[in-house]
Design a protein around this ligand. Structure first.
Ligand code: SF4
Length: 504
């Protein structure tokens, strides 16, 4: 398939993602109409929404990366390439490569590293350069032992082993009774986190290949891909990839669940997959590795985890296996001053600040998705232990907020979300989130009680059944850590940011 060919082949690649779908499709159509000789390749998105629609014009190991391309400009790019020249005029970047993939060395596409993301924007979504699942089927113990030895950790809140050794979950599933199933939990449902959607739209073949490799390692009979019902493009591309990968007899199903934050939680995802009308988290133990989908041993991984497993299987020497959290983390940067969501990949020993473009100023950042931690500084490595030590979340999101953001108002909004979106199953989360909102509300009435807020947060975090409640108080406690004086000022009738009208 052309999408996987080297950078020597003259080709125009048009990156089409859901965020820029109609515009990018117009560009793709124009390029196809104009082309007679050069290949036109529809790829998935690059991860940098601000640059979309992106067109890559490649020949002779040179690639001109063009951003915000119109259909007319696409025709010109095709004509120039057909005339034998790489169209570098007005290019966002020009990249040289003798390694098969040319991507820029500056700008959002150059932030951090691009290993897991290497082919996003470059290869056709269903294209696969090498089946690592096939290798795993030949030698399943090799993959199992290598992953266990390296200590790879799960990625993302919807994973069965978030920030924990995934091989332990595999071992549990292998020991449990019943036919094991692998679930790809791709229902992210958090607008501030886009790593899974990016992988599903851009590299579904690699995600599936990773899932099939895991299936071989845990002796699973089938793989079920669980998506968000609103992610139409991801669903289409996953289905195309299903047709293209060599499943080696493993069944693959694609199903969808509701576009709700809780539907991404591991056990509520299983409930949705089983057709439950009302989503409630399951009590554990036993966890899904023992009793999961329809009672079967179930290995649940996010696309991010599976892409990481595949990257490790492809090039284990590139992983620092002595590290507490080997590999990389996908981080989506959004918020004030960010032109469009940008998903980048950082090695886990790299500071989060590397994900943020020069000139993007911020007063505070929320790291870790909807219930991430508030911080003034992004000088924190992207590894799970470092993020936990800084009381930030490991879910791959960095939201930036400028000086017009009030830390109290922000913490209150996240507490209200917890109150409104929880599944209602357990008291600490259901009632605790209501009390958190009320205690934060009291601040405006002159009654700021930091120790009560902290104690309530501790109880909710430690007693809640699922990760939703366990993480829900984090925006509140970390906002107090970083902005306690600003929050206290509200009790004196002042909002230092000038945001809270009740006090101004
Ligand atoms: S922690 Fe919240 S979301 Fe999870 S089971 Fe309890 S009420 Fe439901």
């Amino acid at each position: 398939m052309v999408g996987t060919e080297a950078a020597t082949t003259p080709a125009i690649r048009v990156a089409v993602g859901s965020a820029e779908h109609d515009r990018a499709n117009g560009v793709l159509e124009a390029a196809r109409e104009a082309a007679t000789d050069v290949h036109i390749v529809e790829t998935g998105p690059t991860g940098a929404a601000a640059l979309a629609p992106v067109v890559l014009a490649t020949a002779d190991d040179r690639t001109a990366v063009h951003a915000n391309v119109s259909p007319d400009r696409a025709r010109e790019l095709v004509e120039t390439l057909e005339a034998g020249d790489v169209p570098t005029d007005d290019a966002h970047a020009v990249a040289e490569s003798d390694e098969g993939i040319s991507m820029p060395k500056t700008g959002p596409l150059a932030a951090g590293q691009r290993h897991v993301l290497a082919r996003c924007g470059w290869a056709a979504p269903a294209a696969l350069d090498e089946s690592l699942a096939e290798r795993a089927r030949d030698e399943p113990e090799d993959l199992f032992e290598a992953v266990a030895g390296a200590g790879l950790l799960g990625r993302g809140r919807g994973d069965g082993h978030t920030d924990e050794s995934i091989a332990e979950g595999w071992e549990t599933a292998r020991r449990s009774d019943g036919e094991t199933v692998v679930v790809v939990n791709g229902n992210e449902s958090d607008p501030a986190v886009g790593g899974d959607r990016l992988l599903l739209e851009s590299r579904p073949a690699e995600v599936l290949d990773g899932a099939l490799a895991v299936a071989a390692a845990v002796e699973a009979t089938d793989v079920v891909v669980y998506l968000n019902e609103d992610d139409d493009l991801a669903a289409q591309r996953v289905r195309e990839a299903v047709e293209n990968v060599d499943a080696g007899g493993t069944e693959i199903d694609v199903v969808a669940g509701p576009d709700r934050y809780i539907a991404g939680e591991m056990t509520m995802a299983l409930e949705a997959m089983e057709g439950a009308d009302r989503l409630e988290a399951r009590l554990r133990p036993p966890g899904p590795s023992e009793v999961g989908l329809y009672g079967r041993p179930t290995v649940v991984h996010t696309p991010r985890t599976l892409a990481q497993v595949r990257a490790f299987a492809a090039a284990p020497d590139e992983f620092e296996t002595s590290a507490a959290d080997p590999g990389s983390r996908l981080l989506t940067v959004t918020g004030d001053g960010v032109t469009g969501p940008t998903t980048v990949e950082l090695a886990t020993d790299t500071a989060l600040a590397e994900a943020v473009a020069d000139g993007e100023e911020y007063k505070m950042a929320c790291v870790g998705g909807r219930f991430g931690g508030i911080t003034r500084s992004l000088d924190v490595p992207a590894s799970a232990p470092a993020l936990a030590g800084a009381r930030l979340g490991t879910e791959g999101g960095i939201e930036l907020f400028d000086g017009a953001t009030c830390a109290l108002e922000f913490a209150g909004a996240r507490a209200k979300f917890a109150r409104e979106a929880n599944c209602g199953r357990c008291v600490p989360c259901r009632e605790g989130s209501k009390q958190l909102v009320e205690l934060l509300r009291d601040v405006y009435d002159g009654n700021f009680q930091p120790s009560e807020l902290r104690e309530l947060s501790r109880v909710v975090a430690e007693s809640s059944t699922c990760e939703f409640g366990q993480a829900a108080p984090r925006p509140v406690t970390t906002a107090m850590d970083a902005f306690e004086r600003e929050i206290a000022a509200h009790a004196e009738g002042r909002c230092p940011s000038g945001v809270c009208t009740e006090t101004n």
